[in-house]
Write a protein of this length. Structure first.
Lengths: 421, 421
């Protein structure tokens, strides 16, 4: 497709095949070249919480090239993805991951949401109730909706803490009972994806267990970032996200369950004995799984460095507050994902060139992206994996932007004042 | 992790974090290094039908490196994966793919099986019947089982043709009716993954439509290899596989539907208005989607070269038959995936060193892999994308192996005969 001659031949061949809609297809084909050389347009420092934990290690990047082809990991499959020995998927899935998550059984999934759906779809009956925290990710709600379940929320304590309590779970279960509901699952987002709050999972698990309800821990923002041991936290089921927090190429995730629930979630097919129904036989049949494996030693290492990450996050939060950018959620904060109320930036946006997009543009000019374009009054970001020097770049960018605009504003006012007097 | 000093520090940090199970974790960690530098151990020519259509283009391989990080395609997402404009996912999903598949609506999925499940789960009620060809891939059966559906099979004509007829669909639907079944979907595997048979999809669609049953075409082995136009074939729903046949990194696939069914399959959530329930909001949120896009111009081009591929496949089949390796299924064959009865190789395996694994080993010594290790009496392979010179390597390897063993065998017999006389 690189030489014009080849391109013309290719167009001619196609014209032959699409005679009926010839002109349309020729147009379609002329548009395709742009898909071949797409470049990612991001700044050097990306503080989007979605992106911070998914940056590949050099080993994972090399693995992508080595294992990129379609079904590459299936060359030596004897029928079950999780039992492939070459590459060593079996050891990774059946020894390493259960140890890492501290749970009986683990499988690889397409991501946290697919793991949640698999658990809900297999453990609950249509019409049942699932109880979940009011801070839950939208995919938990969608997974429940797809499985035909009713959702009873545990409301958060609202601004500024947005805290989720174990008592809230008891009350939500009771409310579902009042509706004659059958509560077959509880879910806790750990931490939630808005405020980065880490609720007391152990206390919540205890409450759920008192009602005989298993607890699913959504660890999309924790597994691979910080130590998470399902057994210690009382979680019966746990999901993690490779692309969100395990330095893997998406889509890939993990789904763990204690023996009691694993038996149901990973039930083999009635007719295809070595295929698990909820996984449709196998899930990640390609390179993303190898990136999960290739990054894993680094992931284990960084989980060990969590106190350092936490210290950076808290320091960043305190520096933000010096600029009157106020962190909400847990205080002191226990996670790298933080939500800030930034009224000062909103005020600037009222007169700034580009309106509410000024912040995105001006941050990007300073090498920082990841705050959603258009947001100025409040936003979330993550400090994960960024050292102090990089966090200083972010802080200085914000400080410079604020100062330059407020100086202009002051200047304008003084000018107006001078003119008016 | 490269210098010993760093490795020791890393172990010490970890030891601190896993004091309770210190020794176990230290062992676990020592084992992790091997996951970082995994190499794919395949021969130069891989005739596994699973692998032939999924080999990346150079553009797709470059895209993997550029877009490898976790959620890379989501930097500029405004809430819906299929409407992302940078990279141009929206144009690809909403203009290019519907044109390519000739169907109203298309979405990206994790693969063909996930597309089949999404269609079954949304279009059928638990307990309904799905009618499918007896040659169906196991994942169609699993998708039905996961969706709680009963399967009524359309049996094939058995050896040597394994043909699926449109009359068979009428009979299967009638049988389901006799069981008081509600038939809400029919599925045709086009071609099937064992024999590479292409049934008369149009005739089957007509029969199904006479009964008011929509037809789902499983094009995992056709979409991206050969021209497939859903509307022409009468398919109401179509699935394709990026890793199997569209030169993409797995897992990724496409799911198309005519407007009538798209409305149901891609229904938005009741509470999260811009999220589609069956897709759990979004599916392939990572590099595999970009590889699908990067390879697409080449895929369109190769689909245009299908007659050449077919000619190669038929020539290969005729050369195989000169060695008494008999092709079953459609004759003349209409697809690159072919199934051979190879009694002659089975006979050799009875005395060969390594028993039934001799073939795999000896083919690999000659630069060819992809025939399942241990198979000798019958196997499938694909000629897709292999030119005559490469196909000659495969044929010569088989011929050499047969000749060398049969010569030995003959020599042994002669020797025994000479000794005995």
């Amino acid at each position: 497709m690189n030489s014009p001659g080849k391109y013309i031949t290719f167009c001619l061949i196609l014209a032959k095949y699409y005679t009926a809609r010839g002109t349309i297809d020729m147009q379609m084909l002329e548009n395709l070249e742009k898909f071949t050389r797409l470049k990612r347009d991001v700044a050097q420092i990306n503080v989007d919480p979605l992106q911070r934990g998914g940056i590949l290690t050099p080993e994972a990047r090399a693995a992508l090239v080595e294992w990129g082809d379609g079904y590459s990991i299936c060359d030596f499959c004897a029928g079950m993805l999780d039992h492939i020995r070459n590459p060593p998927v079996e050891e990774f899935v059946h020894s390493i991951l259960p140890e890492f998550l501290d749970i009986d059984e683990v499988r690889v999934t397409h991501g946290a949401r697919e793991g949640k759906f698999a658990a809900m779809h297999s453990l609950c009956q249509k019409g049942d109730f699932v109880v979940m925290d009011g801070n839950a990710h939208y995919t938990s709600v969608l997974a429940a909706e797809r499985a035909g379940l009713n959702v009873e929320y545990v409301p958060s304590s609202k601004e500024p803490d947005y805290a989720i309590s174990s008592e809230g779970y008891a009350l939500a279960i009771e409310r579902a009972y009042e509706k004659k509901g059958n509560v077959t699952l509880a879910l806790l987002t750990y931490p939630d994806g808005n405020y980065g709050n880490l609720a007391d999972a152990r206390a919540i698990a205890d409450v759920c267990h008192d009602y005989g309800v298993p607890l699913l821990l959504n660890g999309a923002y924790s597994v691979g970032r910080m130590p998470v041991k399902a057994r210690e936290l009382g979680a019966d089921i746990i999901v993690g996200s490779g692309h969100k927090s395990m330095a893997a190429c998406g889509p890939v995730g993990v789904l763990g369950a204690s023996e009691e629930y694993a038996r149901i979630i990973f039930k083999p097919s009635a007719t295809k004995k070595n295929k698990e129904v909820e996984l449709l036989g196998c899930t990640v049949r390609g390179a993303p799984l190898i990136t999960l494996m290739a990054s894993f030693p680094t992931v284990v290492e960084r989980v060990g460095r969590w106190p350092e990450e936490l210290e950076n996050a808290r320091w960043f939060s305190s520096e933000m507050e010096k600029m009157d950018l106020v962190q909400v959620g847990d205080r002191p904060h226990n996670h790298d994902l933080m939500f800030f109320l930034t009224e000062r930036l909103y005020d600037i946006s009222q007169t700034a060139k580009g309106g509410r997009y000024f912040l995105y543009r001006e941050m990007k000019d300073r090498g920082v992206c990841g705050i959603k374009p258009g947001l100025t009054r409040q936003f979330k970001l993550s400090t994960y994996g960024l050292g102090r020097p990089e966090l200083e770049v972010v802080l200085n960018a914000l400080s410079e932007i604020i100062e330059s605009h407020e100086k202009d504003e002051k200047g304008d006012k003084n000018e107006k004042g001078a003119n008016g007097s």
